[in-house]
Design a protein around this ligand. Structure first.
Ligand code: ZN
Length: 371
């Protein structure tokens, strides 16, 4: 068996082809995560003060408007907890839930429960399934790592459309450094790049998309922040956020229920992360997730290594899952298996706005202005 070099601090290893180690054997992800943490993560009094100021600002700018902020609600832990807390802070929210066809039933019930309990306005947006199916098949044929792009793209494009439509400036985001501080770039590609989506559809699709929401990186980095003056806020970075505690708090104060692993609110995401990625590309997202928890000192490296001894997927359930996925996509199990075992491709073999000179310059300016 091939031996992989592993970071001495976290559990990332050379299955990330771009990983680098220092002379002590600590990886670039650990170093980078710590640097970013210093800048954005304040699970303390300082964070509380920052959060209070932001809430005040959001409320004062929301005066005379129907909503203070918009939030994408998947029904998973992060976004549900965020909505629950934002309600506690007295923010008037518009919650947007995008149904891309793969929702776990519990997650869907969670969305309804959280909004009903908190008396929060909820928009449920159903993506045209024929488009969704067509695009997912194109991505599978493209044989690229990030098979969550169609779903994620639909989520964010819809969220921003609703923000503009309702004249909402603040987007609350459930991203949190504590559990997501490590994710190697080589394992995927930016889901917001509509040009990438369109290129893959053009090369592998059987027809044009009719009604699929498309956004692009220029809109994200220029139009929304500078023309529409929109701001993305990550409140979970300004409070002590421990997933176990958040789950307990949600379960005891609302009708929300837990449904399993990280991002398993979608049947597709579950299959993609636990089976497609590790089997096809040898990318095991648990390594990034567990490493994040090590860096934020929620678990030890030994605990993470122990968890990694288990396979990322459950052998006894895979064939059922494949059957369910294939049937939903309207292909046979053999066709699905053939797509998974086709020759691997990288995202850069398709048009990537993120790799263009112009975008790289804009990205630098954007990063600078955001500080
Ligand atoms: Zn590391």
């Amino acid at each position: 068996m091939r031996q992989y070099q592993r970071c001495i601090n976290c559990v990332m290893d050379t299955t990330d082809p771009e990983i680098e180690f220092d002379h002590e054997g600590v990886c670039n992800h650990c170093r980078h995560a710590k640097e970013v943490g210093k800048r954005i993560w304040f699970p303390n009094e300082q964070g509380q003060r920052k959060l209070e100021l932001i809430i005040q600002k959001i409320k004062s700018e929301g005066e005379g408007k129907r909503y203070d902020a918009i939030v994408g609600l998947s029904g998973g832990v992060d976004s549900s907890y965020l909505v629950y807390k934002a309600k506690e802070w007295g923010l008037r929210l518009l919650a947007v839930h995008v149904d891309a066809g793969w929702n776990n039933k519990i997650a869907e019930e969670n969305v309804q429960a959280i909004c009903k309990d908190g008396n929060i306005d909820l928009e449920i947006v159903k993506i045209n399934w024929e488009d969704m199916r067509e695009l997912q098949l194109s991505f599978l044929k493209a044989a690229v790592p990030n098979q969550d792009i169609p779903q994620d793209h639909a989520f964010f494009a819809t969220l921003y459309t609703y923000a503009v439509k309702n004249n909402i400036k603040y987007v609350l985001n459930g991203s949190n450094w504590e559990t997501e501080n490590i994710l190697p770039g080589s394992w995927g590609y930016n889901a917001m790049d509509g040009s990438h989506v369109i290129d893959i559809q053009r090369k592998h699709g059987e027809r044009q998309l009719k009604n699929f929401p498309i956004m692009n990186l220029y809109k994200l980095k220029l139009y929304y922040p500078f023309v529409k003056k929109m701001k993305v806020i990550e409140p979970l970075n300004l409070l002590p956020y421990h997933k176990e505690d958040a789950i307990k708090e949600l379960e005891s104060n609302t009708n929300w229920r837990y449904y399993g692993g990280k991002h398993y609110e979608s049947i597709w995401t579950r299959f993609f992360q636990s089976y497609y990625l590790p089997v096809k590309f040898n990318f095991d997202k648990r390594k990034a997730h567990l490493s994040s928890l090590i860096v934020s000192k929620q678990i030890t490296r030994d605990e993470a290594l122990k968890e990694l001894e288990e396979k990322p997927y459950d052998d006894s359930k895979v064939s059922d899952e494949k059957k369910q996925i294939a049937s939903k996509l309207g292909i046979s199990i053999d066709e699905l298996s053939a797509l998974i075992s086709s020759e691997n491709r990288s995202h850069s073999e398709y048009y990537c706005t993120g790799n263009t000179f112009l975008y790289k310059q804009i990205f630098k300016i954007h990063k600078f202005l955001q500080r």
